[in-house]
Design a protein around this ligand. Structure first.
Ligand code: WTA
Length: 662
C-alpha cells in the first residue's frame, strides 16, 4: 500500500525567519503598489466602473462596450488597479495580428510570484492559500500564504543553486501537490519559465516536450497516488531523460515514503530545499518575458508549445476568476482540473492566488473511492465555486442522484464547466441536482491559446437568463466575430453560424508557439486576416448568445448543411440498447432531432473512443481511419488508451469490408 503522508516539507516551520515579507518597490500609481486583499471584496460593477474610469456607464452592457471600444483605457486602469508593479508600463498594448505581434504593458516590470504571494502575506499571512485535497478523502492539507511563500522561496533558491537562470525553462512533471504549485511560482520568482507536463503522459510525450523546451532541469516526484493506485512517475522521467541530452538534473520530491532508485543526476528535493534560505529576492520581470510554455496536441499531431507571458496573462486570469465565478474574498474555489492543463494553470494557480483566494488542489478522481467524491469534498471543504469538466459530469450522472444528495452542498454558489460542449442533459443535471436549482451554471468557453475564459454566461446584468449549454456572452475586452468559412466574410446578423474568431487582442492571449512563430501566425492569424481564429465553430442565436459547436475541422458537411459533432452527440450520447437495434435507433433519433440529411450512412460500434487524458475525443485520428490514412495518425502518445485506436481500425475494416450499409 502507499504511504499517504507527505514528509517534512509541508510541516514548514512557523513563520519566515529573516524578513517577514518581501515588498516590491512602490510604483507611481495611486493604488498599484498597495497590497490588495481587497481585490475580491469590491461590491461589483459600480466599484469596478469607478476604478476603470468609465464615466456615464451604469450597467453591465455599458461596461462591456467600454471595455471593447476603449480597450486601452479599460485594460490600463484594470492593470494599475489589480497588479503590483515594480515599475509602471508606458504602453497598454502594441499588437498587430498580421504579424502575430502581441505585446501588453510594455515598459512595466513586475514579479508574478510577488503578486500571487507576498502582497497577501503582507495583509493576511495566515489565510489559507491552498487546500491540497489528497487522494484519500479526509486527509487534506491546508497551506497558508505565509507557508506557500516560504516553500516558493526555498525552491527558488534551490533552483538557483542548481544553476537555473532567468530565461531558462524548467519542466515540471508532477501530480497536483503543493510542491508542484510552489515549483511553478519559484520559476516565476527567479525569472525562469515553466513547462508543466501532465503527469499522466507517457515517457515519449514527456521527452518530446522536454526536448522542445530545451530544459536542463526537471522537477518530479518519486511516485504519484491517484484513485488508490501508486504510479511510478520517477521511472517515467528516467526513461524520458535518456533521450533528452539537455537535462542535467532531476529534482525529486517524495510524495510517498517508498524509495526509488536515484542517480547522480537526481537531487532529493525536500532535503536540499530545507537547506535553503526562506527569503528569495524576486526578479523584476518585463511584462512580456515568458512566464510559461504549455504544450497542446496540435491537429497535425505535433504538439505546440504555446507561450504565455507575465503581466497580461496574470491580469486576465485574475479578472476572469473574479467576475465569471463571482469569486469573493473568503470563498473556497474548487477547480478539479489537473495543473497539467491550462485550466489548472489559470484557475487553480494564477487567477485565484493573484486574487488572494483560497484554492483547492485536487489529487484524486471523480469516482474515488466512490461517485460521491466531489460532493463529499464540497461538503467537507465548504467549496463555494465548483469548476469541472462535462466528461466528469456525464460520468457521474450515470451513477444517479443519490451520490449527490447524500452530501450537503449548501456552500455552493456557482458551478462551472469547461473543456468541451456540455450537452443539455448534463447541464440540466448539474444545475438541478448538484446545484439544487439555485446556482448559476457557467459554461465557460476558452482555450490554451486564450489564456483565460473568453465566453461565459457571467458576468452579465444581475438576474440575466442563462440558457443551458450555451457559453453566451463575451468577457470584458473580448470582441467575438463569426466568419463565413467559404468566403471569409464577417457574418454580422444574429442567428448565424460560422468560424469563431476574435477581432481584437486581449491581455491573456498566447504570444507565440515556442520556436515556431511562423506556425503561430499561420495557424491563428492567416485563415481570416485581421482576426484571431480559434479553430472552433459557433452559432450566434437570435438573441445574440454564442453557442460553441466544436472544432471546425470536426464539423461534418452534408449537402451544404454543417453539423457540429457536439450537436450530433447531444442527441445520441445516452442511448443504451442492444447492438443490433442500435444503428436503427440512432438514425431515427438523429432524423427526428436534427434532420434526415444528418443521418449517418455507417454506424460503427466501439468499446471506447480514442480519448486524451483530459477526456477529449481525438477526432483527427477517427478522420484518418475513415479516410483510410492509418499511416498518418500522428502523435498518439497523449492518448489515454492507445489500443482503442487499433480496435477502431479493425472495426472499421470489418464494417467497410462488408461493402454494405449496416
Ligand atoms: C473546447 C481548455 C465547448 C473547444 C480550456 C476549445 C469548449 C478547446 C468549451 C480548447 C466549452 C473548451 N464549450 N467547447 N465551454 N471549452 N472547449 O486548449 O473546442 O484544452 O477550442 O483548453 O476545447 O481546449 P484546451
Amino acid at each position: 500500500g502507499a504511504a499517504h503522508n507527505w514528509p517534512s516539507v509541508v510541516q514548514v516551520k512557523e513563520g519566515l525567519t529573516r524578513r517577514d515579507v518581501l515588498v516590491p518597490s512602490r510604483t507611481s500609481y495611486p493604488c498599484g503598489g498597495r497590497a490588495q486583499c481587497t481585490l475580491t471584496r469590491s461590491p461589483g460593477v459600480q466599484c469596478f466602473l469607478r476604478h476603470v474610469g468609465a464615466t456615464g456607464v451604469s450597467d453591465h452592457s455599458g461596461l462591456y462596450k467600454f471595455s471593447v471600444n476603449e480597450s486601452d483605457r479599460f485594460w490600463g486602469a484594470v492593470a494599475r488597479q489589480r497588479l503590483s508593479w515594480i515599475s509602471p508600463f508606458h504602453t497598454v498594448q502594441n499588437c498587430d495580428f498580421s504579424q502575430g505581434k502581441i505585446k501588453w504593458f510594455e515598459g512595466g516590470k513586475l514579479n508574478v510570484s510577488v503578486n500571487c504571494l507576498d502582497r497577501h502575506v503582507q495583509t493576511c499571512p495566515e489565510r489559507v492559500a491552498l487546500i491540497w485535497e489528497r487522494d484519500e478523502p479526509g486527509t487534506e492539507v491546508k497551506i497558508t500564504y505565509r507557508q506557500l511563500l516560504e516553500l516558493t522561496c526555498r525552491l527558488g533558491n534551490l533552483l538557483k543553486r542548481q544553476g537555473v537562470r532567468r530565461g531558462d525553462c524548467v519542466t515540471i512533471y508532477m501530480p497536483p501537490c503543493p510542491l508542484a504549485m510552489a515549483s511553478m511560482l519559484a520559476c516565476a520568482r527567479i525569472g525562469a519559465a515553466h513547462n508543466v507536463v501532465f503527469a499522466g503522459f507517457s515517457s515519449e510525450a514527456l521527452a518530446d516536450r522536454i526536448r522542445d523546451a530545451q530544459s536542463s532541469t526537471v522537477i518530479t516526484v518519486n511516485q504519484g497516488v491517484r484513485g488508490g493506485k501508486v504510479v511510478d512517475l520517477k521511472r517515467t522521467v528516467d526513461q524520458a531523460v535518456q533521450n533528452c541530452p539537455t537535462v542535467q538534473q532531476v529534482l525529486v520530491a517524495m510524495r510517498t515514503e517508498n524509495t526509488v532508485p536515484m542517480t547522480d543526476r537526481d537531487v532529493p528535493l525536500e532535503e536540499e530545499m530545507m537547506k535553503e534560505d526562506v527569503v528569495c529576492e524576486p526578479v523584476a520581470m518585463d511584462s512580456e518575458d515568458v512566464l510559461f510554455l504549455l504544450y497542446t496536441s496540435g491537429s497535425t499531431g505535433k504538439p505546440k508549445g504555446l507561450v504565455h507571458t507575465q503581466a497580461g496573462y496574470l491580469l486576465y486570469t485574475s479578472l476572469t476568476h473574479r467576475y465569471v465565478f463571482n469569486y469573493h474574498d473568503g470563498d473556497v474555489f474548487g477547480c478539479v482540473a489537473d495543473i497539467g492543463w491550462i485550466t489548472g494553470h489559470s484557475y487553480i494557480v494564477y487567477g485565484p492566488l493573484c486574487n488572494g483566494g483560497t484554492t483547492v488542489l485536487f489529487e484524486s478522481t471523480p469516482v474515488y473511492p466512490n461517485p460521491g467524491r466531489y460532493w463529499e469534498m464540497v461538503e467537507r471543504l465548504g467549496i463555494n465555486q465548483f469548476y469541472g469538466a462535462p466528461t466528469a459530469i456525464r460520468l457521474l450522472l450515470k451513477y444517479g442522484d443519490e451520490w449527490v444528495q447524500n452530501y450537503n452542498r449548501s456552500s455552493l454558489k456557482t458551478l462551472g464547466s469547461v473543456g468541451e460542449p456540455i450537452n443539455t442533459e448534463a447541464w440540466e443535471w448539474y444545475h438541478r441536482v448538484v446545484g439544487d436549482g439555485r446556482c448559476p451554471v457557467v459554461d465557460t468557453w476558452w482555450q490554451t491559446e486564450t489564456g483565460g475564459i473568453c465566453i461565459a454566461p457571467r458576468p452579465a446584468d444581475p438576474e440575466a437568463e442563462i440558457v443551458p449549454g450555451m457559453a453566451m456572452h463575451p468577457f470584458y475586452g473580448i470582441k467575438p466575430a463569426l466568419l463565413d468559412t467559404e468566403v471569409g466574410e464577417v457574418l454580422s446578423s444574429n442567428d448565424s453560424t460560422g468560424a469563431l474568431c476574435i477581432s481584437q487582442a486581449w491581455p491573456g492571449m498566447a504570444r507565440t508557439i515556442h520556436n515556431h512563430h511562423q506556425r503561430f501566425t499561420e495557424t491563428y492569424f492567416h485563415p481570416y486576416p485581421g482576426f484571431f481564429f480559434t479553430g472552433d465553430g459557433a452559432h450566434r442565436s437570435k438573441e445574440g448568445y454564442y453557442q460553441i459547436i466544436g472544432r471546425l475541422d470536426d464539423v461534418i458537411n452534408v449537402s451544404g448543411h454543417r453539423l457540429g459533432t457536439a450537436e450530433l452527440e447531444d442527441v445520441v450520447i445516452y442511448l443504451m440498447v442492444e447492438e443490433d437495434v442500435l444503428a436503427q435507433q440512432l438514425r431515427e433519433m438523429v432524423s427526428r432531432s436534427i434532420a434526415k440529411y444528418a443521418c449517418p450512412d455507417f454506424i460503427q460500434v466501439v468499446r471506447c473512443l480514442p480519448k486524451t487524458r483530459s477526456g477529449k475525443i481525438m477526432r483527427r485520428v477517427l478522420r484518418k481511419v475513415v479516410e483510410r490514412n492509418t499511416d498518418e495518425l500522428g502523435d498518439l502518445s497523449t492518448l489515454d488508451d492507445p489500443d482503442s485506436v487499433h480496435e477502431v481500425i479493425r472495426g472499421h475494416r470489418r464494417l467497410r469490408g462488408d461493402g454494405k450499409q449496416q
